[in-house]
Design a protein around this ligand. Sequence first.
Ligand code: FHN
Length: 457
Amino acid sequence: TEQKEIKYGPLVAANRTDENMEAFRNYGLGQFIHWGVYAIPGNEWEGVSARGGAAASEWIRSWRGPNAPNDWTSIYDNLYKQFNPKSFDAKRWAKQAKDMGAKYMIFTTKHHDGFALWPTKYTDYNITKSPYKKDIVKEVVDAYTAEGIDVYLYFSVLEWNNPDYFYKAPQTTEEKEKYNQFLQYTRNQLLELLDNYPQIKGFWFDGTWDQAWIQAYEFTYNLEKELRAKHPGLIIGSRFRNDEYGKRHFDSNGRLLGDYEQGWERKMPQDFEWLDGNDWDAVMTIPPNGWGYMKDWSGLYTKTTDDLLDMLMHSVSMNGNFVLNFGPDGQGNMHPGEDVLAKEIGEWMQVNGEAVYGVRHAGLPTSKLGYYTKKDQTLYLTVFNKPVNNIVRIAVPKKAEEVPVTAQLLVNKKALEVKHSDIGLDLDKNTYYDIQLPADFKSERAFVIKMQLGAPK
Ligand code: FHN
């Protein structure tokens, strides 16, 4: 295919191999936290509700529902005067994330409403003007860093309440000046975040889809360069900027714009091939689409521990990280449902974490039983669908130099027999290894079979 001339393409080579990027590749599991003044309404406020098919509680300022008062926007923009999370304890959050098994976390410094959770010099609409006053971003960065969890800062470029923000590309000189102010403001805030919290590993950008930002490709190109120069090793996903043809995530020649693909939000790639060898993360809500606190989960399908473990293994089996979102309430407590999920995931990770951390795509034919992950000569199969005959059958390409030789159950370290079986409808392509599960083996959740690979006998 014909290659386009691109001036504002990627600033870094694909698949960086430095320490920071290697760490990113090994995280496996992460935590997202959406917190801001939207936690006060928790999706419902005096007749205003962001409920409905696409309900996203952090969007309540604009998804106001039919019963919202006319001055709802201004009511919302004054909610910060009530933001005083008495129970907030970043150390408690960090401990919970650690126990869940998260190796990195992403925290909303500022969502689309523009309210900054750090004491920014560049707008008064920030935490110091709330009754809480203290720097929440600092508390979070310090507490998670102390637990050994890497921190990434979520930053929404889109700001609903900023008069200098433009959705459409600015036209007149006056509009252009205003938008330039906005761009400078964005730059100032990002540099400020790097100055204030030098421990962070990266930015997780959002709200970069509007035309004005898309047209500012020269500015965003230079800004990315500046951020990277200021903070060597910084990790930036593909949502930050676009090329001069308006192509986002990937430039017009299909090259990734950033260090990892950031398009997997509440969805997952079906096939490993779709990923084209890029690094990626999947970010996931517990309710269908609520990122900020949602007081009432009733009537919504909220994902179960088993759903989430399935998505986790789906991600890591394809070289991605799985990031589970939490939306604490206006006092700084996690939703009770989130506490339960975090605990159950953590218990599972205690036993099976080695199938998650530092693993890679195994390159085997997909299995109906579950997901493969691989680390050096060790192969893991996380079984979600236990076979009725208790035989776990592993397909290996016929010419493979490595096949399963020994196997054990991670849950009890019990050795299992591995037998070469030539059963299958595609014996020209694959050969099969059977692992017999103990007849009395029962498991309430997915379980992991750990195998050592070796030369075929
Ligand atoms: O609009 C936001 C949404 O509220 C949430 O922050 C998610 C997280 O990935 N991102 C946006 C939609 O893409």
